[in-house]
Design a protein around this ligand. Structure first.
Ligand code: SF4
Ligand code: SF4
Length: 240
């Protein structure tokens, strides 16, 4: 009985297997015959970090400014540099990226102003020895030879272009300075504004002072009035 059950179960599984195979027979395969075939990764993939070079001269774009090394959060980049005595420009003598500690964050690419370093869609890191994952300058340059990129406008070039722009119409640079010089005295008022409450107090004090002065003057006016009467009386007497 058990053998009969196993027999029919085997036939059932065979039919199911054939059905699944037939279902996928005419469909496009989702697997690749690696390493003969490789995936095409999107443009902005964060894979192997490479050094870019001028496609015409083959020289590295790197100016050894060390910005990428300072921006790298894991310390995966090590650069040594020297200065060319003729051109007075720095150039890298050693450029190493340790892929065993690289986080593929892209900060090195972000910090570079010279399109010299880039994260690519390359993803093959299979090696037999871990030390092979530390890429030197030649390896990095070689990996970047076939990487296409569109050079960005450098910040220095942008600044120079902005400085070359003519000043706004109707106003010369000197006129602008004069305008600002004229405005300065207006900006600093001589009188400092006080609160309304303080103003009221000042007014009250001033009125009090006035009344005091008037009161102090009254006896003198009375004396003067007396004197005036005396004068009129003298005049009358002299007339008589
Ligand atoms: S790769 Fe870019 S950021 Fe790094 S040292 Fe070279 S020029 Fe500077
Ligand atoms: S991708 Fe990030 S971790 Fe890797 S080298 Fe560049 S800055 Fe450093």
């Amino acid at each position: 009985m058990g053998m009969v059950k196993d027999f029919f179960s085997g036939i059932y599984n065979l039919v199911v297997g054939l059905f699944v195979t037939g279902k996928h027979l005419g469909r496009h395969a989702i697997t690749l015959q690696y390493p003969k075939e490789r995936w095409e990764m999107p443009e902005r993939s964060r894979g192997v970090v490479v050094l870019l070079s001028d496609p015409e001269t083959g020289e590295l774009n790197c100016t050894a400014c060390l910005l990428c090394m300072k921006a790298c959060p894991t310390g995966a980049i090590i650069i040594d540099r020297e200065k060319n005595p003729e051109t007075k420009r720095w150039f890298p003598t050693k450029f190493v990226i340790d892929n065993t500690i690289c986080a593929f964050c892209g900060l090195c690419e972000e910090s570079c102003n010279f399109d010299a370093i880039k994260l690519t869609g390359k993803y093959e890191f299979s090696v037999f020895d871990q030390s092979e994952l530390i890429y030197d300058m030649d390896r990095l340059a070689e990996l970047g030879r076939d990487v296409k990129y569109t050079p960005r406008k450098k910040p220095a070039a942008k600044k120079a272009a902005e400085q070359k722009k003519p000043p706004a119409e109707g106003k010369k640079p000197d006129e602008k300075k004069e305008d600002t010089a004229e405005k300065k005295p207006e900006e600093k008022p001589d009188k400092i504004e006080t609160n309304p409450a303080e103003k009221k107090e000042e007014k009250a004090e001033a009125s009090d002072k006035k009344t005091e002065d008037q009161e102090s003057r009254k006896p003198e006016e009375a004396k003067q009035g007396d004197l005036g009467l005396d004068k009129e009386e003298d005049k009358k007497e002299s007339g008589n």
